[in-house]
Ligand binder design. Structure first.
Ligand SMILES: [Zn+2]
Length: 719
């Protein structure tokens, strides 16, 4: 995923760090707070992570907001007639101090969090939302933006400027800038109410995650891998249950437990805890809260003149409207549930053949949701003979890093050179930095920061972020990009071995970084991401992991140095479509539910009943649940980032599969020079300067079709 720490509004209306400019703007006095100060040193200036202190964060953020609002006010009250230069360009320049403060804030929140920081975060979050409203509801400012926008509609500006004014105008319009005073107050009131409900939603889920731990005794560990048992023991000890084994109510604990545990009753218990989060009928139950959220969202967009939240949300996305998003999901749905039937039949055969030898086996051996992962794993071993431990021996993190740099050199003409420790300030000794240059010209592109290891206070998962984006508004700025993961740090001198999935994710995040590096836009706003498009570039880059060039040179055995054998590569490729019924169906059920909830009439809605009836209408197979059941669907109800947007992963995957086929068919395959040049020129470098659908057409010569995605997942193509 890509870290979008600020809301879209903020991303668009605050310029992305532009250092000292040599135009006629008056010099600003230097701020005392180090987090607000301009970045100094080589490589165009870099964040002073060595000087970062927690106590500076809150004052820096407050002062940063204040400074930005002063700038905004100056732009809004300019006595000259509004022009693109004195309004839009100035908006793009404003907010640099706050942007710098946000860089440190982002590190402290994602990479180095602490209870003390979370207190600061809680204090700042309502203030940040007020600050945003002050900008989006500034009618003097909006009047100037609208004047420039109307003029550009009559007489278009050059293409980048035209795109910027359209995006900024839309952003303000979507956030209520054109409303009258009474409507604005109502709109702001609803926004505040919603932000409180989002918070409560999250803390309710968190409560149920922390309070439904299953403690096992040594006799209840049947089937579980040794590593899993060890970590379950240490978690239990941490929780004061020495000698027991803790299965926490989180995906990372639940998923392997259900895959390996032989005790069926325990599987049922762990499954039930997990899929009941936020749905336990107590004070932490989220069902009424969701009904309230849906009503308020509907009310909010009705003030703006939209029929429903989905229509409002999707207008500036690649899908454009809910109908297009639904059409894609429905096109894949029937193939997906048909595949579930086949998978269940395969699993049933295994279960039947095991008969009564299973522990706690009841007379009824039909596959239940808590059996799916368990029997799928058995089928996987039987059908594909793939041993994940064997694969791991060929996946060393250092070699994978070299492999990614190799791919970047072939496709993007980049060279990655490691910088000696101490060259650049970092916030933790584990963070390493590379200089990125253009191979041919030697020109600096930017710096790549890699923070690979898990540590206390670092959020889970993997993500990409940037400290500075490319712009040429006031001279060319280079890019500071970062990749983050949570690998367990190996002992000194030992190779870090990772799974195939983790290697894929490592490439994925690097795809986001390349997307940042390759930007050639002039205006900061054009670096913004479009939610259903921005995962495409990163998903596509995953495909280079299994190219021959990477396998033969970088996927080498950690002891013998031999490249991964062809037979093993083939096994991995064969297994790629395995269990796609399960993963596609669990994902799509959530994505469809997200959309349908926001299209339905929210008056007096019974959330539980709506979920049940919708699943029945969809003919959801009874053997598996949605990936995220509604009462704990944080993407959709703990904020607005992914509300009516969960479909976006599949939307992007249609493009990914289609673009990957273009490479597979090219004369030079995945390293075809001509196609690689088009990839950079149309799909990466323009960021959001070109409409995504148009950009894809320029790359492919046509729109993407759904068939490659169906083939990738092993689903039948065409009726
Ligand atoms: Zn991503």
């Amino acid at each position: 995923m890509q870290n979008i720490s600020k809301t879209l509004t903020l991303a668009i209306i605050t310029a992305v760090t532009i250092a000292a400019c040599n135009t006629t703007h008056e010099e600003k006095p230097m701020e005392d707070n180090v987090l607000l100060q301009e970045w100094t040193g080589s490589y165009g200036g870099v964040p002073a992570f060595d000087k970062m202190k927690l106590e500076d964060v809150k004052p820096a953020m407050l002062r940063g907001m204040e400074l930005h609002l002063i700038e905004i006010n100056k732009i809004a009250t300019n006595e000259d007639a509004p022009t693109f230069e004195n309004t839009i360009e100035e908006l793009e320049r404003a907010g640099q101090e706050l942007n710098r403060a946000f860089t440190y804030y982002g590190i402290l929140s994602g990479n180095m969090s602490s209870p003390e920081f979370r207190e600061v975060q809680a204090e700042l979050s309502p203030l940040l939302s007020e600050y945003q409203t002050k900008i989006t509801q500034n009618s003097t400012l909006f009047y100037r933006i609208k004047t420039v926008y109307d003029a550009a509609k009559a007489k278009p500006l050059e293409s980048e400027q035209q795109r910027v004014i359209e995006l900024i105008y839309k952003e303000f319009e979507m956030n209520g800038a054109q409303l009258d005073a009474a409507q604005k107050a109502e709109y702001a009131g609803i926004s505040t109410q919603l932000s409180t409900l989002y918070n409560t939603f999250s803390s309710n889920v968190l409560h149920d995650e922390e309070n439904y731990v299953t403690y096992l005794t040594a006799e209840q560990l049947g089937g579980l891998p040794e590593g899993f048992i060890k970590s379950a023991a240490s978690i239990a000890a941490d929780k004061g249950q020495e000698g027991k084994y803790a299965i926490t109510n989180s995906r990372s604990s639940m998923d392997p437990f259900l895959t390996y545990a032989t005790d069926r009753e325990l599987r049922k218990q762990v499954w039930t805890n997990y899929y009941s989060r936020g749905d336990n009928g107590d004070e932490y139950d989220n069902n009424t809260l969701i009904a309230e959220i849906l009503q308020l969202r509907r009310k909010k967009v009705e003030i703006l003149g939209y029929k429903n939240f989905a229509e409002w949300r999707l207008q500036d996305r690649m899908a454009k409207n809910p109908e297009n998003a639904l059409a894609l999901m429905e096109a894949v749905w029937s193939a997906s549930i048909a595949r579930v039937d086949e998978e269940v039949a395969d699993m049933q055969a295994v279960a039947d053949s095991e008969g009564a030898t299973l522990e706690n086996s009841s007379a009824d051996r039909s596959i239940e949701p808590w059996d799916y992962r368990f029997y799928a794993e058995k089928v996987r071993k039987e059908k594909y003979g793939l041993n994940s431990e064997e694969v791991k021996q060929y996946l060393q993190l250092d070699k994978l890093t070299e492999a990614m740099h190799y791919v970047a050199s072939r496709l993007f003409d980049y060279e990655f050179t490691p910088l000696a420790e101490g060259t650049i300030p970092v916030y933790h000794p584990d963070v390493r930095v590379w200089e990125v240059t253009h191979k041919t010209t030697g020109e600096n592109v930017g710096l790549w920061y890699l923070d690979p290891y898990a540590r206390e206070g670092k959020r889970s998962g993997a993500w990409a972020n940037k400290f500075r984006s490319h712009t040429t508004l006031d001279g060319e700025k280079n890019v500071l990009a970062t990749n983050n993961s949570n690998f367990v740090k190996p002992a000194e001198g030992e190779a870090l071995l990772v799974s195939w999935d983790d290697a894929t994710t490592f490439f994925h995040e690097f795809g986001h970084a390349l997307h940042f590096f390759s930007s050639n836009v002039k205006y900061p706003t054009l670096n913004g991401g479009v939610r259903d498009y921005t995962e495409f570039q990163s998903q596509l880059l995953e495909r280079w992991l299994s190219t021959d060039e990477v396998i033969n040179n970088y996927l080498v055995h950690n002891k013998t140095g031999e490249p991964m054998p062809a037979a093993l590569v083939q096994k991995i490729k064969n297994a790629a479509t395995f269990n796609q019924g399960f993963s596609t169906t669990e994902y799509l059920a959530s994505a469809l539910m997200d959309m349908k909830f926001h299209l339905a009439d929210p008056t007096n809605m019974d959330v539980n009943k709506f979920e049940r009836e919708t699943l029945a209408e969809l003919k959801m197979p009874k053997e598996l649940p949605m990936r995220h059941r509604t009462p704990h669907f944080g993407h959709v109800f703990s904020g607005e980032g992914y509300a009516t947007a969960y479909y976006g992963y599949m939307w992007a995957d249609v493009l990914t599969a289609d673009a990957a086929e273009a490479f597979a068919e090219a004369p030079g395959g995945f390293y075809d020079k001509e196609l690689a040049a088009k990839l950079v020129k149309y799909l990466f470098a323009p960021r959001n300067a070109i409409d995504p659908a148009e950009a894809y057409r320029l790359f492919r010569g046509r729109d993407a079709t759904i068939e490659p995605l169906m083939r990738d997942r092993g689903f039948p193509v065409g009726e």
